[in-house]
Design a protein around this ligand. Sequence first.
Ligand SMILES: Cc1cc2nc3c(=O)[nH]c(=O)nc-3n(C[C@H](O)[C@H](O)[C@H](O)COP(=O)(O)OP(=O)(O)OC[C@H]3O[C@@H](n4cnc5c(N)ncnc54)[C@H](O)[C@@H]3O)c2cc1C
Length: 479
Amino acid sequence: MSKQFDVIVIGGGPGGYIGAIRAAQLGFNVACIDEWKNDKGGPAPGGTCTNVGCIPSKALLQSSEHFEHAHKHFAEHGISTGKVTMDVAKMVGRKDAVVKQNNDGILYLFKKNKVSFFHGRGSFVKAVEGGYEIKVAGAAEETLVGKQVIVATGSNARALPGVAFDEENILSNDGALRIGAVPKKLGVIGSGVIGLEMGSVWRRLGADVTVLEGLPTFLGAVDEQIAKEAKKAFDKQGLKIELGVKIGEIKTGKKGKESKVSVAYTNAKGEAQALEVDKLIVSIGRVPNTIGLNAEAVGLQLDERGAIVVDGDCRTNLPGVWAVGDVVRGPMLAHKAEEEGVAVAERIAGQHGHVNFNTIPWVIYTSPEIAWVGRTEQQLKEQGVKYKAGTFPFLANGRARALGDTTGMVKFLADAATDEILGVHIVGPMASELIAEAVVAMEFKASAEDIARICRAHPSLSEATKEAALAVDKRTLNF
Ligand SMILES: Cc1cc2nc3c(=O)[nH]c(=O)nc-3n(C[C@H](O)[C@H](O)[C@H](O)COP(=O)(O)OP(=O)(O)OC[C@H]3O[C@@H](n4cnc5c(N)ncnc54)[C@H](O)[C@@H]3O)c2cc1C
């Protein structure tokens, strides 16, 4: 006998579990199916984000930042310690505990919101009268029927052609979050968000890290001025970043007792190079995941990248089937997935859920942090938009000086004629938190003048935001 639901969500990552909760809040009878297993084989909802993405990476970034502070910066404050050491197993254990808290939190939220959770793989069986039959293959097999289906099956790490992840020496994000001891030499292929964050963790703990990037520009999606400032900081920290490389053969083997990875590549000048490392993280992007969904059974349309084809409102080619998050077009970000999950639940309820792609913030949680929303200066130039720019350095911010963290700046870009904010770009302390104000400002179509006239607590990093807004009109007060 099949179980009937108004809404079935396949995938319990940020897109799926948030969509399921919102649909339940709206009065629907909702099921959420997720196949992720914890180390004991039990359910671990939360998807990539909770299990091997946003949350564990930030836990390790926090631990490694504490280590670096104790190691390098406590002395400036007059604090002396004995030899600072790092127990990597304990750090990884703490990270696992943080992940479990989040998994358990989601299971609790499902209960609280009366979402029926099914642990196993969900796949389409067939379209039925007024909905779809979905099979759950888990510890027990179940058949569900849903009037509406939201697919939120996420993405997987992209491997280099012919170089499979063994998660021992050649690591995806999953293996990169489980390294058991600080490698002497670590290679990272790809200087995107994940490569830089993971490279930073192990660099802070003492690894000699080399990042190889195929593109000739560093962080091409980031405002050039901000990317340059970040690059200077990473160079100073000893993170070696080589741009414009072409990766050749990658071999794994043993050198003495230790296993090694050798990477042959050509540098930007076309010269043949070799990099020998203990571990290699490959972070060259992610591919939409529809493995096991049996999309063909119902004729769900995928594009050439394997992403589910959706319109602006996340409708697929099938009536009553929606798709959200990493498995569809758009930025692969947890908060974008969540926004889409909410919007779809509201659309199913006949409301007008909407995601504003122009105000989705981006953050790279390195030190300094990099965060931005809206358009970059290079985009405005390409688009022929007349703009004004204002920057304010953290060096001139009292709170940043007191924190001992004065790297970077806040940058505002505003329309030359209307003063409407077109983009805000931050590199520096707490950029991840400061950017929220810029997102709110842009959602409300604020002008730089609006932000410049709002009072800030003193001393606070947010004063740098106000000052950068003032700088648009060339009237900073503290610089
Ligand atoms: C190392 C790393 C760090 C990241 N850091 C950040 C960050 O700081 N901020 C940010 O915004 N984003 C970050 N991301 C990206 C973020 O994790 C993703 O954008 C987000 O998880 C996408 O959410 P989703 O719900 O679409 O998919 P996912 O989180 O991938 O969840 C999909 C879920 O569906 C399940 N599933 C798949 N197929 C089936 C099936 N057939 N049946 C049942 N279950 C199925 C999967 O097991 C998984 O649990 C990071 C990613 C990585 C790898």
